[in-house]
Design a protein around this ligand. Structure first.
Ligand code: AMP
Ligand code: MG
Length: 396
């Protein structure tokens, strides 16, 4: 059976190149930069005060001249104040340009206003104190952001600092999510005998949104080839189709057959992972199609393992990589498939530790919901001992 790594590679090799668009900076949050961004100006653009106080010549204080004549005022945005000569000072506000002649600022708290437009400075300051040189942070032309970076609030601040009212980002991708199963009822209903609420629908919608997809949740399709065919035909233009359920070997598992009849190239069906063995991946032109097994934990895990990396790659992001940490409790497992064991990872005294959780398996989404990571138990290992270093995937 196909290994997880090989299956993931088969998917990643088939992702179309991401395309780009421009968006206003006010809508860029959460998007991925598709260009490098260079500084169009120095920052700060001029030598500026970083405290309220008095701009002065540090040499005057060294000489013991603590009484200075106030020759002007420098406020942020108010033009340049007069030159500061010997025994002179300029009252200055945070963010104002430091006038010529001055080489330091003393904080207003350490000064005293005297009659006759004079100020008494109570403590000396070294040259450069509370003065920030022009271009101290960034020099014009420097690269300040790189293509491939996710745009969070600080990156929005950087874009704004350098005059970027719009920015090139990778296009997001659309997804349609299709739960299948005759037993499914809407979540507002009380299930009758043999029925089950459509837990996967809203869960997949949440996962898809968290992955940055523009996702739409469709009405569940019954276990009926005609209904499934209809959905596959109607959603030709959606970038990614995600089915849940209907992929096992049962009498009524029609998803694969219908996909093939509709011209989908099935790249793989079944991967040596637990949970989620019957996972399917296919392609129709540029469209990617995933069939996820219907048990909620299997659905969740296979989305994270296969759909999320695909979506990220198509939107210009790298695939998430496993982290490593020390295992707290032993894990036993029947060898054969790579086992993604639900676990908790937590920092303890500065070290990352992971602990496996006991849950009811691939249908037990309630037990699974306590997990914040998936511990990877290699297919050929029967036991992982406490104290071993193991690989795991973060879920948040
Ligand atoms: P299947 O993959 O269709 O064989 O379904 C496997 C198990 O998952 C069955 O017990 C289904 O009832 C259950 N299941 C399938 N789809 C959903 C869903 N959307 N929400 C909750 N459980 C589901
Ligand atoms: Mg089913």
């Amino acid at each position: 059976m196909l290994s997880y790594e090989h299956a993931l590679q088969l998917i990643l090799d088939r992702i179309p190149a991401p395309s780009r668009e421009s968006v206003p900076v006010t809508r860029a949050l959460g998007r991925v930069l598709a260009e490098d961004v260079a500084a169009d100006i120095d920052l700060p653009p001029f030598r500026r005060a970083v405290m309220d106080g008095f701009a002065l010549r540090s040499k005057d204080l060294e000489r013991g001249w603590f009484r200075l004549r106030v020759v002007g005022e420098a406020a942020a945005g108010a033009g340049l104040a007069p030159r500061v000569g010997p025994a002179e000072a300029v009252r200055i506000m945070t963010g104002a340009p430091v006038p010529a002649g001055a080489d330091a600022v003393q904080r207003v708290e350490l000064t005293e206003a005297l009659e006759g437009n004079e100020v008494l400075v109570r403590e000396p300051v070294a040259a450069g104190t509370y003065v920030q040189e022009a271009a101290a942070e960034v020099r014009r032309g420097d690269r300040v952001l790189s293509a491939g970076q996710e745009i969070g609030p600080p990156q929005v601040g950087v874009l704004a600092s350098f005059g970027r009212s719009s920015v090139r980002v990778y296009r997001t991708r659309g997804a349609a999510l299709i739960p299948t199963g005759d037993e499914l009822v809407e979540i507002g209903a009380t299930p009758a005998f043999g029925q089950i609420r459509n837990a996967n629908g809203p869960m997949l919608l949440a996962q898809a949104r968290r992955a940055g997809l523009r996702a739409r949740l469709l009405t569940p399709a019954g276990d009926d080839p005609r209904a499934l065919r209809e959905v596959v035909r109607r959603n030709r233009r959606v970038d990614i189709l995600v089915f849940s359920g209907g992929l096992s070997m049962g009498e009524r598992d029609y998803v694969r057959g219908v996909l093939e009849e509709e011209g989908v190239e099935v790249v793989f069906h079944r991967v040596a992972v637990k949970p989620g063995k019957p996972v399917l991946f296919g392609r129709r032109g540029a469209q990617l199609i995933f069939g996820l097994p219907g048990n909620p934990v299997s659905t969740f895990v296979t989305f994270e393992l296969f759909v999320r990396p695909a979506a990220r790659r198509w939107m210009g992001l790298s695939a998430p990589v496993p982290a490593r940490a020390r295992l707290q409790d032993r894990i036993r497992h029947r060898p054969g498939r790579l086992f993604f064991k639900p676990g908790r990872c937590d920092l303890s005294e500065g070290r990352m530790l992971v602990r496996p959780l006991d849950t009811g398996g691939s249908s037990d989404i309630t037990g699974f919901a306590r997990a914040n990571c998936l511990i990877m138990v290699p297919a050929d290992r029967e036991v992982l001992e406490a104290g071993e270093t193991v690989s795991f995937l973060f879920l948040n």
